[in-house]
Design a protein around this ligand. Structure first.
Ligand SMILES: [Zn+2]
Length: 134
């Protein structure tokens, strides 16, 4: 490996298991911004895809482990000590709302249960519920 120098450093960094865990956390944490940006560009509005919360959760847990067991730095530990709480809460909210989504008969796009028309193709949403206001 040409990037591996004679002193055992890779890319100028001395590697060990904790360094790998810390860097995996960095990669997960950093990539979530691009995942979110890509999703927003694709939908032409600001959206936060569920992958953003998963990457946030995985990244923050890996960085917390790194901070707790390798760096033992109170500033670093505090930075990641509580961030997993909103990430998990957002994942729970997402899974609850996903269960309540309806799929459009015409195009298959998901719609909220409260929607009357498909946001994607405009076809009236068949809620499957009898009655209802006209
Ligand atoms: Zn549709």
């Amino acid at each position: 490996m040409s990037l591996l120098s004679g002193d055992g450093k890779f890319l100028g960094v001395e590697w060990n298991t904790w360094k790998v865990i810390g860097w995996l956390g960095n990669v997960a944490f950093f990539s979530r911004f691009f995942v979110q940006w890509y999703a927003s560009e694709k939908q032409k509005r600001v959206v936060v895809p569920v992958a953003f919360w998963w990457l946030s959760l995985v990244g923050s847990i890996l960085l917390l482990l790194y901070a707790l067991f390798y760096r033992r730095d109170s500033v670093f530990i505090f930075a990641y000590a509580f961030t997993w709480i909103p990430y998990i809460r957002n994942l729970v909210i997402h899974s609850n709302s996903a269960a309540e989504e309806l799929k459009c008969r015409a195009c298959g796009a998901p719609s909220a249960v409260t929607a009357r028309y498909c946001a994607s193709c405009g076809v009236p949403i068949d809620t499957g519920k009898s009655g209802g206001a006209s």
